[in-house]
Design a protein around this ligand. Structure first.
Ligand SMILES: [Zn+2]
Length: 240
């Protein structure tokens, strides 16, 4: 979690923070307090992360009922508050395939995206499952230009990144700058992947962010957010 109390992001001209840690949904009012005290515009994510973190009740719910909960988080408020989410995600796969319940949650998230119009992010690491996620989202009628596939650098294949972009979604090169878990090899590999994507003309489909929990100076997805997640009348944030 970034040190939002210092207001340091303001000094660095970052006035937008994506908070996709779904645990924070339980603290919606506290997040709004932080936003109001620091002047930082915080966009909260919503939905369910990946199977190992799911609540047991999801297995017994209809897909449309799961979707309704996400729609409610975006359009009414989170956990009985009037703090609304402005982003769906991360919606993930635990391994490099989608489990049955993960696919169902993703379908629910897709239906909620179609209804609300807010952007959606998936979690996909160490495999090409981001393409499987795009398949499901496309089947449900999601406009893939409102979708970002996170951790794309975790599967360092040009073909994978090119295909995400060809389908209109965003390739997220993230987890950069991590002092605890990163190393020069990984950082240089990621830079090489980004350079390749730019040389291939895919710059409009690039999204980037740092991993806030492990970096002393945090940048959010702010750069990409202006294009990936432009302000919309229907889009809410914790600041409102
Ligand atoms: Zn993730």
């Amino acid at each position: 979690m970034v040190d939002q109390t210092s207001g340091g992001l303001r000094e660095n001209d970052h006035d937008l923070l994506f908070d996709e840690d779904l645990n924070h949904l339980k603290h919606a009012n506290a997040i709004r307090d932080m936003s109001e005290k620091t002047g930082l515009n915080i966009i909260l994510g919503c939905g369910w992360y990946r199977e190992t973190y799911y609540e047991q009740r999801l297995w017994r719910m209809r897909t449309d009922d799961i979707a309704d909960e996400i729609v409610k988080d975006v359009s009414v408020g989170i956990d009985g508050t009037d703090v609304r989410a402005g982003f769906i995600g991360e919606i993930g796969a635990h391994f490099n395939w989608l489990s049955a319940i993960e696919e169902r949650v993703l379908r629910a998230a897709a239906r909620a995206q179609v209804e609300t119009g807010v952007a959606l992010g998936t979690h996909a690491t160490r495999g090409p499952q981001g393409l499987d996620q795009l398949d499901v989202l496309e089947q449900e009628g999601v406009d893939l230009s409102r979708v970002v596939v996170a951790h794309s650098g975790g599967y360092p294949r040009h073909k994978y990144h090119a295909e995400i972009a060809r389908r209109g979604a965003y390739i997220s090169f993230d987890r950069m700058g991590s002092l605890k878990t990163g190393n020069d090899y990984e950082r240089n590999r990621t830079l090489g992947l980004i350079k390749w994507a730019i040389d291939e003309g895919l710059i409009r489909n690039l999204s980037s962010r740092t991993t806030s929990a492990t970096t002393p100076t945090t940048q959010s997805m702010a750069g990409a957010a202006t294009t990936f997640c432009p302000p919309r009348d229907s889009q809410s944030s914790a600041k409102r």
